[in-house]
Design a protein around this ligand. Structure first.
Ligand SMILES: Nc1ncnc2c1ncn2[C@@H]1O[C@H](COP(=O)(O)OP(=O)(O)O)[C@@H](O)[C@H]1O
Ligand SMILES: [Mg+2]
Length: 521
């Protein structure tokens, strides 16, 4: 002991040395401990320890004692944030908790190096710093805590219960009592973060009430580059996200149908409640679009006419995605039943570009706006029979500049329509597996999908009214929606190829439905 290095389980820190300042310690972290930790982190896109080669590129001191924001860069040039803290007061027992990055030795003592993204003391400190509008400088970086005008109206900062949201995918989120939601970004990029930008706009400039109030954010500055590291919203009491809620309603409805006449009333109530809620969602999405388009004086949000360059970008984007899918689908483990669907899509390949262009060109002249960009039922909270829209980060796989691009409001509308399809088809797959799908439930399921789609769309159109945000003629609406349904469904096909091949038939059928309508599939 005494020199930095790694035995199988321990990271040795030389006496009198700070872990973060010792190059041998950081080299050992990069070599062994971080790859092992990242490989099992749900937010990190890779699970092969030997292929992950992180480099620590920045260490931003956060507290005088031992919490440091560490920025790592991977072999793919992506940057990730890890708030790490050394704790000497706990025993490094054999139970390796999910947040432990390394077990430490220093002289006689043992400790832990932990990822504290969801640690109550750390979250408490973030809120305290936000209230004080703190700014912390060190190693060429600066951490700035930037509250909004709404923070003052929140209860004083004496949090008691802090819990991590389970199932984190790309970020780490903690809920503080019934007051705050603190989200730490994992992948960080220099530039304007869309969730921060949209949050300020909706909260401070447009007063849109159906999204949680933005209370502030945390930013790192390095030279002229700015990185959003985290964001704090007001907590909204809710009964879960709309994806889970939709699945539950549909399940109650279908179970009641199976039971027949004795549960008829239950089925009718479940469907009526859900359709009412879906209409409410349609109205809220339209109101969100009106708010986002309400300020001609703010350049980043000013609605603008669509030009040829936009059309080329959108069509090019769809075609590039289709090409990526065509190039790699054969290597993926598709079920034999799904291969014919993919083969049908391949058959359409030569006509696809013209078809996509013919969908979107006639709607030229309508305007493009800032929009949600990744709207689906999982980004909506069900709160008091109402719909509250969250998570304005855009599609995480796209670069920041693309996520901030303006597009027709139809892009978000198509996102919800795809999600309603997913909800129904997820239920179908589930019932197929558990062998509870019969002819009446199958019919009921498709009718549910149709009614929820129609209900959402008609409520949206009523609330958007006669507006430059929406095509005037029903034929143009159909074409524009079909274009963005195609865009979204192809995005989903690519996603499922990477992460959940067993689901691929859902978006593939979505793509084929649009192509069938145009007579090309
Ligand atoms: N303001 C809020 N009030 C209550 N719960 C919230 C709020 N914001 C987020 N959540 C909870 O956190 C979950 C993830 O939030 P989200 O912003 O979608 O994070 P991510 O970027 O990881 O998808 C939501 O599904 C919800 O359960
Ligand atoms: Mg989300």
């Amino acid at each position: 002991m005494g020199t930095a290095g790694e035995s199988l389980a321990f990271l040795d820190i030389p006496e009198g040395s700070l872990w973060v300042a010792n190059s041998e310690v950081t080299a050992a972290l990069e070599r062994h401990f971080l790859p092992a930790y990242l490989a099992k982190a749900r937010w990190f896109p890779g699970n092969s320890e030997t292929r992950i080669k992180p480099k620590i590129i920045a260490r931003l001191p956060f507290t005088a004692d031992s919490t440091t924001f560490v920025v790592i860069q991977t072999n793919h040039h992506a940057r990730y944030l890890l708030p790490l803290r050394v704790d000497w007061s706990v025993d490094a027992g054999p139970e390796l908790d999910r947040s432990i990055v390394a077990r430490l030795h220093q002289g006689e003592r043992e400790g832990l190096l932990c990822d504290v993204a969801a640690d109550p003391a750390f979250i408490r400190l973030i809120l305290e710093h936000l209230r004080r509008e703190a700014s912390i400088a060190g190693s060429g970086w600066r951490l700035d805590f930037k509250p909004t005008s709404k923070l003052g109206s929140q209860p004083p900062n004496t949090p008691s219960r802090i819990r991590a949201i389970q199932g984190e995918q790309s970020n780490s989120t903690a809920v503080v009592d019934q007051d705050y939601v603190v989200k730490l970004y994992r992948q960080i990029e220099p530039g304007q973060n869309p969730e921060v930008e949209m949050g300020y706009f909706l909260t401070e400039a447009a007063n849109f009430a159906h999204t949680p109030a933005l209370l502030g954010h945390l930013e790192a500055a390095h030279g002229s580059a700015r990185y959003a590291l985290g964001i704090v919203h007001a907590f909204v009491p809710n009964r879960g996200d709309a994806w889970t809620w939709s699945a539950d309603r549909l399940s109650i409805y279908l179970d009641s149908i199976v039971k027949g006449s004795e549960e008829r009333d239950k089925a009718i109530t479940a469907r009526r409640d859900y359709l009412q809620w879906v209409r409410r969602l349609g109205r809220r999405v339209a109101e969100m679009h009106r708010s986002l388009a309400s300020r001609d004086d703010v350049a980043a949000f000013k609605p603008e006419p669509i030009d040829e360059g936009d059309l080329d970008f959108w069509i090019g984007d769809v075609m590039e995605r289709a090409a990526r899918i065509f190039n790699r689908w054969e290597e993926s483990s598709l079920d034999v039943n799904d291969r014919p669907l993919m083969e049908r899509l391949l058959w359409v390949k030569p006509r696809m570009c013209d078809y996509a262009a013919n969908l979107i060109r006639p709607s030229l002249g309508r305007c493009k706006i800032r929009h949600h960009g990744d709207l689906h039922l999982g980004q909506v909270l069900v709160a008091n029979e109402d719909a509250v829209i969250i998570d304005f980060e855009g599609e995480p796989s796209r670069p920041l500049a693309d996520r901030r691009r303006k597009a027709p409001a139809a892009r978000d509308v198509a996102g919800v329509l795809r999600s309603l399809d997913y909800a129904a088809m997820a239920s179908r797959q589930h019932r197929q597996k558990s062998e509870t799908l019969n002819a009446p439930t199958s019919r009921a399921l498709l009718a549910w999908r149709q009614q929820s789609t129609d209900g959402f769309l008609s409520a949206y159109q009523e609330a958007i009214g006669a507006s430059v945000l929406w095509p005037e003629r029903a034929e143009d609406t159909k074409l524009m929606l079909n274009f963005f349904l195609l865009e979204k469904a192809l995005y989903e096909v690519e996603y499922e190829l990477s992460y959940r091949p067993a689901w691929i038939s859902v978006p593939l059928q979505g793509v084929l439905r649009v192509l069938e309508e145009g007579g090309v599939a």
